[in-house]
Design a protein around this ligand. Sequence first.
Ligand SMILES: *Cc1c(COP(=O)(O)O)cnc(C)c1O
Length: 360
Amino acid sequence: MTRKHNFSAGPAALPQAVLEQAQQEMLDWQGRGLSVMEMSHRDKAFIEVAETAERDIRELLAIPENYKVLFLQGGATSQFSMVPMNLLRGASSADFIDTGIWSRKAIKEAGRYAQARVVASTESQAYCRVPGQAELDLDPAAAYVHYTTNETIGGVEFDYVPETGEVPLVADMSSDILARPIDVSRYGLIYAGAQKNIGPAGLTLVIVRDDLIGETVAGTPTMFDYKVHADADSMNNTPPTFAWYMTGLVFKWLKAQGGVEAIAQINQRKAEKLYAAIDGSGFYNNPIDRPNRSIMNVPFTLADSNLDSRFLDEAQAAGLLNLKGHRSVGGMRASIYNAVPEASVDALIAFMQEFERRCG
Ligand SMILES: *Cc1c(COP(=O)(O)O)cnc(C)c1O
């Protein structure tokens, strides 16, 4: 068996060391004679797993005391409704920055509960950049300002944190959380589906300032109330215990790499060399403005799109998997999350150069 180079956008590659540990512990976890996914979530041993994961993410992101960390289900997509249900708090509108497909989905869902004002959009520029601070037409009476730090499909990423004054800032960080250090205190709420940069699918991380929760719109289901989850330590019902355990292993792995500062340097290096290979060729192209190029998702096209399927077939034969771009944009996309080794990026670049020599 050989592990191949996996550039999947999500569910995405996990660190090999984490998979090996999970494999080793699968049948007999910590000498207890059963796997971690076969025990009660109320078991003291599992609660220790859960609490350790929370302690580690608090340490990794330096999360202040007045923020709750919730381990939920339903994906980032559920957060598109959970955020307005909990954060509107009597207001009639919220502000949104539109930078692509994921922002648009968040806007559409919030529109079911309030006026979702688009304060800036780069749609007319094919989403090849993010709007600057001066372009944001913010409303001081908005319940919150929502943006997508990294558009996973378009490969466009904010290079600054929007300044929103007293209005809480909400961020969908599904595809770039833990890629670099962040200042959590700048945010009212951060959410992320696990399956890109955190762990297996099934778990959704929410980091929320504690004064923002406790007041929901009428009719909010119990399971959509942040306060319910906060008061129950994310165990109001059965949580996705195995995904939580795996996520805890990923946090330990990250700490062993030197934490988020250290992984950020590796991420920067991986992204820089891949973009340099694209820009240095006359054959590959990435359309995103340089300061807003994603360090996690790198879309690129070939000079001749008739070669796309040949590129993908040969890449796969060379052990480079999941490079097909999203159906809405076409071309290729290499997702190079924390768990994708630098050697995989090197292998991709070598393949691209060799393919261009033969076919360019
Ligand atoms: C993947 C993704 C989502 C959707 O996540 P689900 O867990 O499938 O609901 C939302 N936003 C961004 C930025 C994503 O990358």
